[in-house]
Design a protein around this ligand. Structure first.
Ligand code: PLP
Length: 237
């Protein structure tokens, strides 16, 4: 297996689940409320197969191209692929064929393109709306002010089952600043629910910041590094 042997992967997985449980207890929450989405980006099919052997069946990827490359060799595994990265509309066809869920839905044109392709495939998928809670220029996501109108608009696509919101916190050391991003997502969700949108899921928290996200109500943490190890540096793939 490339990068990581099996016992290492098993130990990492157990450790991450234990740390997420601890974060739940610290926040007075039931660990059953918080699931872990393993993020397998940059790791090859054999590593993912090792994770499947541990009982994991949903994997987050930030590039549709990687889902294409891995879904063939792993076709026997019954994996549900979750798109968590910025999505160009010209990738909608592959998403409609291969993904079970998109967490990075952030604009009307993308919803339109996904709906079109999902109709052709005769499928529907779960989606989360990615909201930009960080001030960083590089971060993707819908501006918070646009959320109410976007949610109203999504109601007309029966191929897209809107289940919640997703965000990436600002990448800084100050826990208060990171936590404020997660709090903002929860408050946006609460406001939308008060307007009648049912949004049970909040996908927030990664390897470096998940305890703060759990404290703010995350229902799903997206964990790459802490499970699979460090990714190869960009460009060296
Ligand atoms: C890579 C990635 C993650 C996981 O990051 P780690 O720090 O490795 O846990 C989570 N969410 C998104 C959107 C990502 O692209």
């Amino acid at each position: 297996m490339d990068h990581l042997d099996h016992s290492h992967l098993a130990a990492n997985w157990t450790d991450v689940r234990r740390r997420v449980d601890e974060a739940c207890h610290a926040a007075g929450r039931d660990p059953a409320e918080v699931s872990i989405l393993p993020v397998s980006k940059t790791f090859g099919p054999e590593v993912v197969r090792g994770a499947v052997a541990l009982g994991l069946h949903r994997f987050g990827e930030n590039k549709v191209q990687e889902i294409r490359e891995k879904s063939g060799p792993l076709a026997d595994c019954g994996i549900r692929w979750v798109v968590i990265g910025h999505l160009q509309t010209n990738k909608a066809k592959d998403v409609a064929r291969l993904a079970s869920e998109v967490q990075s839905l952030d604009r009307p044109e993308l919803a339109e393109a996904l709906d079109h392709r999902l109709r052709i495939e005769g499928r529907s998928i779960d989606v989360l709306v990615q909201v930009k809670t960080s001030s960083e220029e590089s971060k993707q996501g819908l501006p918070p002010a646009g959320l109410p109108a976007f949610l109203d608009e999504l109601a007309r696509y029966d191929t897209l089952r809107v289940r919640g919101l997703m965000t990436l916190a600002t990448h800084v050391d100050d826990p208060a600043e990171v936590r404020a991003c997660f709090r903002q997502l929860r408050e946006l969700r609460d406001a939308a629910q008060a307007r009648g949108h049912e949004l049970p899921r909040l996908s927030m928290g990664m390897s470096g910041d998940f305890p703060l996200a759990v404290a703010e109500g995350s229902t799903e943490v997206r964990i790459g590094t802490a499970i699979f190890g460090r990714r190869p540096a960009a460009g060296s793939l």
